[in-house]
Design a protein. Structure first.
Lengths: 341, 341
């Protein structure tokens, strides 16, 4: 899987400028995890779409078609989670290469249907096309969120705690195991492989944050903290300081990093595809957060830093401070919005 | 541009079976030009998405990036038209190859923005990804239609007249000119090239049909009458008989067909991509149709046949009857619905 070139922020802005300003019922347009529409009623309609491309986002040598079906929906549900919402409907566009068995498309469908059922999503249409090379999947999802509960990237306040809902770097470490054929004990490798091949969208955690108004700003971790926290900072006109010692890194990520001679924080902060939530909460919200997550049967969120003035994301290590903002795994996102770059 | 293999109707059905039955607010799911949702209020929400793939649906040697931007939205607006609706919002997923200038993506954006503005569509987000080879575009569109006015593929009645909103085969003839480098007088070639490179969605005609309740069944002509009329017949449990002499064929299609030694009806009925509307109207609706289209400043629709019993689409020629149903240009659509196959 070739690593794509870096994002083109100038082009993003330029493309977005081409589009006419949206009408007033568009509550959120380009630049958050979902677009949000006020079409009347108590809820905003949330809308997102994501594309996975063979050779860029996945390699069928590692991922089963069933897992791919699940993941192609999961990455969209993660965008709905980032708004505090609940998903409802999906459309699928499937590009299928002529040299690949059509029965494999059925396996893909089984996986997609499975995750859809788990999260109460109805797949209600789509498009299927020939692909000259490799599988391409685009899934679009509609969801809803009560108007008073919608979470966005903007709204982080100086002094807020910065939290994540789970370990960081597991998905990136899992990908390294698959790519390099690394051998690890199954109990060490299994959660990493699962994180890469079959991520779970953090919809339950998102609803806790939304219903209890416990978060000021939220994003889902698709590109890695280094990039995604930068998005929160840009949208919130704030900076962030992370404590290296507080970053939750699993034993598996430690082991894979040792094998590769890399710093585990590199995988954790720049690896991407963890699909955990990254959010900021008021300075005094800690106990309430822990209690609410506990009551919901969810693992306690982990505080990894604080929101500060400025615009940079810095990491405080034993040897000092390091600026990490603006980097990360970017998939060459020209970024027309909806949750990316 | 390789011609993709034929559609896989068995797979379509099999894939659709994998998905749980949709909840009751899903008024139309898999199997029409758009999905339709009843989220309260006087309108149904219409939702569709379409993918265009380099080497399958377009060749950048023929189409400019700006035209591609327009067309990637136009094909979706054509699906909204097929429901009698009005488009409102769009999301874009753009797959961009590393070897292609990013400035060309801006041209694409200019074209997309231009057509969006023409039809009052707000582009409110999307996704951009690296593509290992060739440009890939998926556009998703939301629109609306008053509940009492929605048009579908189902509802054609025996005895209905079958109409199209314009000439057939122009787009296919335009593609032949481009592919083969045929030389024709500009006044003959220009409308054919425009039909292929820059089709106009028939939204105004659709609104006339919807508001005046003048159509029993509607589909947009993406694959060609041979295929698309078959969809109406399948959805309406009816058959169709077309009059060869009534099929509207332009002088350009005649000329290109002569050059290629082909029957012009072949291009007209199986060429695809005309994005005209194909609809059925009650036997006595003819004069009202002509008057309504005339008052709206639209070209008169052309009657090409009648709805009959059975399930087949037949073409009546000087030499007899020929069954043409079920064929046509199909882009290997596994067809998960939303307007295809």
């Amino acid at each position: 899987m070739p690593r794509p070139p870096a994002g083109e922020v100038g082009l993003i802005a330029a493309l977005a400028e081409r589009f006419a300003p949206p009408p007033p019922e568009v509550v959120l347009g380009i630049g958050d995890d979902c677009a949000a529409l006020d079409l009347g009623g108590p809820d905003y309609l949330l809308w997102t779409l994501d594309t996975l491309v063979e050779g860029v986002h996945f390699d069928p040598a590692y991922i089963s078609l069933k897992q791919l079906g699940r993941k192609s929906l999961a990455v969209n549900l993660s965008d709905i989670a980032a708004m505090g919402g609940e998903p409802a409907y999906a459309l699928l566009s499937l590009g299928w290469p002529p040299d690949r068995e059509l029965s494999a498309a059925l396996e893909f469908g089984v996986g997609l249907a499975e995750l859809a059922r788990n999260y109460g999503v109805a797949v209600i249409g789509g498009d299927t096309v020939a692909s000259p090379r490799g599988i391409m999947v685009t899934v679009a999802v509609l969801g809803r969120v009560p108007k008073a509960e919608m979470l966005t990237r903007a709204g982080a306040e100086i002094g807020d705690g910065i939290y994540v809902t789970g370990n960081l770097g597991d998905a990136a470490a899992g990908l390294e195991i698959l790519r390099r054929g690394l051998a690890f004990a199954p109990d060490l490798a299994a959660p990493l492989l699962k994180a890469h091949l079959d991520p779970e969208p953090q919809l339950a955690a998102a609803r806790v944050l939304a219903q209890k108004r416990l978060a000021h700003a939220v994003i889902d971790l698709s590109d890695g903290v280094a990039t995604d926290l930068h998005h929160i900072c840009r949208a919130s006109l704030a900076g962030a300081r992370l404590e290296a010692g507080a970053i939750p890194v699993s034993a598996g990520v430690e082991a894979v990093s040792r094998e590769l001679g890399r710093n585990p924080l590199d995988l954790a902060l720049k690896g991407g595809e963890d699909y955990q939530l990254l959010f900021t909460s008021p300075p005094d919200a800690g106990p309430e957060l822990m209690e609410a997550f506990g009551r919901a049967g969810l693992p306690a969120p982990i505080k990894i830093g604080v929101v500060v003035s400025g615009r940079e994301v810095t990491l405080v290590t034993a040897s000092g401070e390091e600026i990490i903002s603006g980097s990360g795994f970017d998939h060459f996102r020209l970024d027309l919005g909806c949750g990316k770059a």
